[in-house]
Design a protein around this ligand. Structure first.
Ligand code: FES
Length: 265
């Protein structure tokens, strides 16, 4: 048996070559695309969160600002729980939950460790760091809060689904309306559910720590469903990232009067 593959021997070392990699393909393309997309999303979402305006266009609210918790909020979609200084953007009160989920997500961790920290940048490409400490120290030790971020995100999903349901009302508050914005909010809520339910922690919560699936048939059934979603977690991570941004852009364009909502009925 090869040492390091279950034999208990030392791990095999990297081949003694001076080149960083012998790969000739464009291995750098994927990390580069990841950096561009994530950096663009962080820049756009920060701008919008601090803008503190144009996040409500009856009956739609941007997901960046929902649940809108203060009396300073535009619109009327969620109970206003307290009065905060008007100069603090309502988005800042809630940002920590979705941000915490994505930042500690196992899939995004893999992605940004590779693309931003080059740790490692790709398979068979040497990393520039001399030492590897994993997630055993601060600040990366904080990645362990992921499960709690997931609990918070599930509450947000319920609220964003509620927003999507409210989007079936018209400007006068009457039910029976549907516009492109309704579809945009519904799609966003659905993708956020798929992203959260396919989470590795969610899979563990449903089916973990059981010795016998045979004694827990319901949990087993749920676990097989969640496992099927889990296989597509990366795809849901990206799709939900785009859908959140697109839902915000759509509401922004309506709120600023740049476009009008396309009405289906
Ligand atoms: Fe990605 Fe939990 S692993 S959200």
């Amino acid at each position: 048996m090869t040492p390091g593959r279950g034999s208990g021997g030392p791990a095999p070392r990297r081949a003694a070559i001076t080149a960083g990699t012998l790969r000739k393909d464009r291995w750098w393309l994927q990390p580069l695309i990841t950096v561009v997309i994530l950096a663009a999303f962080v820049a756009y979402s920060s701008f919008r969160a601090f803008q503190n305006a144009h996040y409500f266009a009856e009956p739609y609210i941007s997901p960046f600002y929902s649940p809108c918790l203060t009396t300073a909020c535009e619109g009327d979609t969620f109970p206003k729980l307290f009065t905060g200084p008007a100069w603090i953007s309502p988005a800042l009160y809630i940002l920590v939950i979705p941000l915490g989920l994505r930042l500690t997500c196992y899939y995004y961790r893999k992605t940004y460790y590779r693309s931003f920290w080059l740790s490692p940048p790709a398979c068979a490409v040497a990393e520039p760091h001399r030492r590897y400490t994993g997630e055993t120290r601060l600040p990366l030790l904080g990645q362990n809060i992921h499960r709690y971020a997931l609990y918070g995100a599930l509450v947000f999903n319920v609220i964003l689904t509620y927003d999507a349901v409210l989007a079936f009302r018209n400007e006068e508050g009457e039910w029976g309306h549907m516009g492109l914005g309704t579809l945009v909010l519904l799609t966003n809520a659905a993708l956020l559910w798929l992203y959260s339910l396919s989470c590795h922690s969610c899979r563990h919560i449903i089916g973990g720590r059981l010795n016998h699936f045979s004694r827990h048939p319901l949990r087993y059934k749920a676990w097989t469903r969640i496992s099927a979603l889990n296989g597509r977690h990366a795809m849901f991570a990206w799709l939900s990232l785009f859908s959140v941004a697109l839902a915000d852009v759509y509401v922004f364009l309506l709120a600023t009067g740049t476009i009008s909502d396309l009405r289906f009925f």
